[in-house]
Design a protein around this ligand. Structure first.
Ligand SMILES: Cc1ncc(COP(=O)(O)O)c(C=O)c1O
Length: 412
């Protein structure tokens, strides 16, 4: 069945929003996606009907408790775990990673080693560097391959030792779009006795995650990158979460996953996240899919991924034909998501971005917090790259229009 792009686009009010009559083309999805009506309506419904704190007998409070539990259960289906106790919701990926890194530090001894890949966003780097600094740990850097644009198993194997305690690994780079074989790399790390903390923030917008199949210990993602509100999520294996020292208030819940939620959560955003998960199910049903919630998520993601692949092929072909443009990432669709970065011989990324944004083609430039990637690629530390991040609501017409504009800017 053809991807129902018009029906999809109609669900996202932001796509029809203009700036003084100028249409917008959202190619800034790698930094954050727009949200569907399902999300917006869930948030307004929260404020209309049951804005409240939790844990008491008021009807509003009872409704909040039920909504949070329902959302966590749906999120467990989304991540592929049968155990909702393994799903922590927090402010964003970075905050949750800081929190868990502090808890994990209690398992490490001076002289222990942690491996950090150079494909990471800083959200999966600085928290570990600081844990290492505070606890006299040794940091080993894991390079990615410049041909495959991913971490090769041999590079990891060479760094593992009986002192390795943790591997910090990106699922998909937010600069190059390269996708790692997380399952194979995790298995190597586990064989050496290390834990694996995966950053799936960029991956989650494009492909469905399966934490059980991956066999990872922790996996973080951010709903605002997959058509939801500004929140963060971490999956953690139950026995690990149970054994970790938690930085929480004495009177706060000791039950999983709530013991990792410090302070009052953003309930309205959690309600909105439920709306996003409902949107994926709506899309699956539009496509004629049936089955349980996980199967509907899988059907929606298969269709979104296939549509994005078509757009990616179109975008790549157009970009590669522009003289002086150098891609910073794989030039085929294998092992990559729809996040594309490039530099140009003559114009800086910021100069290109300024012209694109003025013409209503939204994009990002700079190192995009992927400092290690930018360093490994010898990019200008301030200018970095021009980044275009596609999402499933983008259309062929938008890609064609964006390409024409880029060619014009870089040609003239
Ligand atoms: C790959 C990756 N990891 C981590 C983050 C940080 O996520 P958050 O803003 O939820 O802390 C981002 C945000 O751009 C990202 O792209």
């Amino acid at each position: 069945m053809a991807f129902p792009i018009e029906q999809v686009r109609a669900q996202f009010p932001a796509l029809a929003t203009t700036d003084s009559g100028q249409r917008r083309i959202y190619f800034d999805n790698a930094a954050g996606t727009q949200v569907p009506r399902h999300t917006i309506e869930r948030i307004t419904d929260f404020f209309h009907r049951y804005n409240s704190n939790t844990g008491v007998f008021n009807s509003t409070s009872v409704a909040v408790d039920a909504m949070v539990e329902e959302t966590i259960t749906a999120l467990a289906d989304y991540l592929g775990t049968p155990d909702p106790g393994e799903v922590i919701i927090g402010a964003n990926m970075t905050t949750l990673t800081y929190q868990l890194s502090r808890s994990l530090a209690h398992r490490f001894e001076p002289g222990d080693e942690i491996i950090i890949s150079r494909m990471e966003h800083e959200g999966n780097v600085t928290p570990w560097l600081q844990v290492a600094e505070d606890n006299d740990l040794v940091v080993r850097w894991l390079d990615f391959d410049r041909d495959s644009w991913r971490v090769e198993p041999e590079s990891l194997q060479a760094l593992l030792s009986d002192r390795t305690r943790l591997l910090a690994l990106n699922y998909a780079s937010n600069l190059t779009g390269g996708v790692n074989d997380v399952k194979a790399l995790s298995s190597l790390a586990h064989d050496a006795g290390a834990l694996v903390y995966v950053d799936a923030v960029q991956f989650a917008s494009h492909r469905l995650i399966d934490v059980v199949d991956l066999g990872v210990d922790f996996l973080a993602c951010s709903p605002y990158k997959f058509y939801g509100p500004h929140l963060g999520i971490v999956f953690g294996r139950r026995e690990l979460l149970e054994s970790l020292r938690v930085y929480k208030l004495r009177c706060a819940s000791d039950a999983l996953p709530y013991k990792f939620s410090t302070g009052t959560p953003a309930f309205e955003l959690i309600a909105g996240l439920m709306g996003t998960l409902e949107y994926f199910q709506w899309l699956a049903q539009e496509l004629g899919a049936t089955g349980n919630r996980r199967q509907l998520f899988a059907a929606a993601y298969r269709a979104m991924g296939a549509h994005e692949d078509q757009l990616s092929a179109q975008l790549l072909q157009g970009l590669l034909a522009i003289p002086g443009l150098r891609m910073q990432g794989a030039t085929t669709l294998e092992h990559r998501v729809a996040t594309f970065s490039f530099v140009h011989d003559r114009l800086t990324p910021s100069a290109i971005a300024k012209r694109l944004s003025a013409a209503g083609v939204f994009c990002h430039w700079g190192d995009n917090y992927a400092m290690e990637v930018a360093g490994a690629l010898d990019l200008d530390p301030v200018e970095g790259v021009l980044r275009l991040g596609l999402g499933h609501y983008n259309s062929e017409e938008e890609v064609a229009e964006g390409l024409d504009l880029i060619a014009e800017i870089l040609g003239g």
